[in-house]
Design a protein around this ligand. Structure first.
Ligand SMILES: [Zn+2]
Length: 96
């Protein structure tokens, strides 16, 4: 290896996860703290775990719920119009 160009290597660097798991690996940093590891990642555990610091999922769910309850748009308008037409046609039959 060429001298004075490589960073210091720590053969027993400590990796600590937020879930409590700890690993020892070789690294150029003596200690690394991580949020996810093989012990707690949803892909390996098979459980759903939403890492959502900005509440994006929660905000989307509330928005989706409000959209589902208050339906608007062309489809709704055409349905409403069809219902009105049907009611009017029924009135016409009664008078005739
Ligand atoms: Zn972990």
């Amino acid at each position: 290896m060429k001298k004075d160009i490589h960073p210091e290597y720590f053969p027993k660097a400590k990796i600590s996860c937020a879930c409590g798991a700890a690993y020892v690996v070789g690294s150029t940093m003596p200690e690394i703290s991580i949020e996810l590891c093989a012990a707690c990642h949803p892909f390996y555990t098979g459980t759903q775990k939403i890492i959502d610091a900005a509440r994006r999922v929660e905000k989307f769910q509330t928005r989706a719920k409000s959209v589902a309850t208050v339906a608007t748009g062309k489809k709704v308008k055409t349905q409403k119009r069809a219902a009105q037409k049907a009611a009017k046609a029924g009135d016409d039959k009664k008078t005739a």
